[in-house]
Design a protein around this ligand. Structure first.
Ligand SMILES: *Cc1c(COP(=O)(O)O)cnc(C)c1O
Length: 482
């Protein structure tokens, strides 16, 4: 008999305790995690939890039988439109996350071009190499070709001249970020949007991570380039509420300048024996729990407290920048427009630095080199991090003391990786996914305490090899055993 699915049900206490025990090694939102977690404190979590459970049973599939689905979404989207200074006539949709918002923006561009520019047979989108991976995922799903736009190596912003050279008759969409995830930079949105407009293409601004924060920074008097609907030519913007609005995971918005654009986002189907559908998002049946929590948090937190938290995060970012300046062989890549920091070293071993920070209880995100962007440690600051940023800066300085020099990835392991992912029949040579995982120190799908070797090998590998190795690894994690 399967222990998870007993013949007779257990008590609520037993079940919840068992559930909690499985969560004990999860990343904690205690100010020490510089990625994944966005936390504004216990009172905010509490309100989110109650609102989430109050809305859990709303099925967004049909707003005529759940009128609250319509009201809550209209109100939430309305607040987001105002936040990004949308003109009259702009509309939006609540989605399950940034990836979904971006996928729908790409689908909109494709279907809108099919209708208005039927001569385009091979649709392309201009995409800065700093743009989030979900754009590539969308391109892959929807059959749109990605034309990469290079970055200015100093500022890490999209190079408008490169975009100008590459835009063409097949361009249906130009993309930019506000800000980018890795370097926290706002792309030259006005220039990109003008270029898009001149070529009859749509312009999407990915404000998934920055959209909620940047308007408050502006209110605080922090100078930054415009990125929102006040920029002519911007046709859509994605903004996550499950990041810096502090809602639980599962809520973002896609805002469209005109309703006609959103029509191209919808999907309707009456070609089957069941109920006829029209879906604004990828999901069919969908819980409005996350949306309800976001709706509640906007009211509970209020503008003043959001602004105050944005101020704290900005100041914490400045403190890290100042601390890094005082440390030899450590630098910030570019000059971030918000609390997203890429730390790089020239001489020292970046991956051992990450391990040293982990040993001191800090969770940071090791990130590999790509194009002009060097390998770096990613830090994303939330109010919890801001509250203990001085301790972090002290630990960062200490971890840099006597940091060993950068090491090359062991050639034997890289070769093994190449052999495993190329599917060479090398059983005789002892080459298998399991042997590779063992070489990297991965046991039972668990990463070793020292992860430097793994990151060194992945950074040395080509991007396609990285992709294949990640696939192998996740396959090992979900191999059907416990
Ligand atoms: C987080 C993020 C996304 C999408 O992420 P989800 O994890 O799907 O919410 C897209 N763009 C940027 C810049 C992001 O930071």
């Amino acid at each position: 008999m399967n222990e998870l699915f007993p013949e007779e049900g257990l008590s609520k206490t037993e079940v919840i305790e068992a559930l909690q025990s499985r969560r004990q090694n999860d990343l904690r939102s205690d100010g020490r995690a510089f990625a994944f977690a966005y936390d504004a404190g216990a009172d905010v979590r509490e309100v989110a939890r109650e609102a989430f459970s109050a809305c859990m049973g709303i099925n967004g599939l049909d707003p005529t039988v759940y009128p609250s689905a319509r009201t809550l979404e209209n109100e939430l989207v309305g607040a987001c439109l105002a936040h990004l200074r949308a003109p009259d006539g702009a509309v939006g949709t609540a989605t399950a996350g940034g990836t979904e918002s971006i996928m729908l923006a790409v689908k909109t561009a494709r279907d809108y071009a099919r209708k208005t520019r039927p001569e385009v047979s091979e649709p392309e989108m201009l995409l800065p190499v700093s743009a989030h991976a979900s754009f590539h995922k969308a391109a892959h799903y929807f059959g749109v070709k990605v034309v990469p736009v290079e970055l200015d190596p100093q500022t890490m912003r999209a190079d408008v001249d490169d975009a100008r050279r590459k835009i063409g008759d097949n361009t249906i969409l130009v993309c930019g970020s506000a800000t980018s995830y890795s370097h926290g930079k706002i792309d030259p949105i006005a220039e990109l949007a003008a270029l898009a407009h001149a070529h009859g293409a749509l312009m999407h601004v990915d404000a998934c991570i920055g959209g909620w924060v940047l308007p408050f920074q502006r209110e605080l008097g922090i100078e930054q380039p415009a990125f929102d609907f006040t920029v002519e030519g911007v046709t859509s913007i994605s903004m996550d509420l499950h990041k810096y609005a502090f809602a639980p995971k599962g809520v973002s918005v896609l805002l469209q300048r005109r309703r006609e654009l959103r029509d191209a986002q919808y999907y309707a189907c009456a070609k089957w024996t069941g109920y006829a559908i029209v879906n604004s998002t990828k999901l069919g049946s969908k819980s409005l729990a996350g949306l309800g929590a976001a709706w509640a948090l906007l009211r509970f937190i209020g503008r003043a407290r959001y602004r105050e938290m944005v101020k704290q995060m900005w100041e914490a970012k400045d403190k890290v920048l100042a601390a890094v300046q005082a440390i030899d062989d450590l630098r910030v890549v570019g000059d971030p427009d918000m609390g997203l920091i890429a730390l790089a070293t020239e001489v020292g071993d970046l991956w051992q630095l990450a391990d040293r920070l982990a040993a001191r209880g800090w969770f940071v995100q090791p990130t590999y080199h790509y194009g002009v962007s060097p390998a770096h440690i990613h830090l994303q600051i939330d109010p919890g991090n801001a509250a203990c940023i001085d301790t972090f800066n002290d630990d960062l300085a200490a971890a840099m003391q006597g940091l060993p020099a950068r090491q090359e990835a062991p050639a034997a392991v890289v070769q093994m990786l190449e052999a495993v992912v190329s599917g060479e029949d090398a059983a005789s040579a002892g080459v298998s996914p399991a042997a590779l995982m063992a070489q990297l120190g991965v046991v039972d799908g668990r990463l070793p305490e020292q992860t430097a070797l793994i990151h060194r090998v992945l950074d040395a590998a080509s991007p396609p090899l990285r992709e294949r190795l990640l696939g192998l690894f996740v396959g090992e994690l979900f191999n059907g055993t416990l």
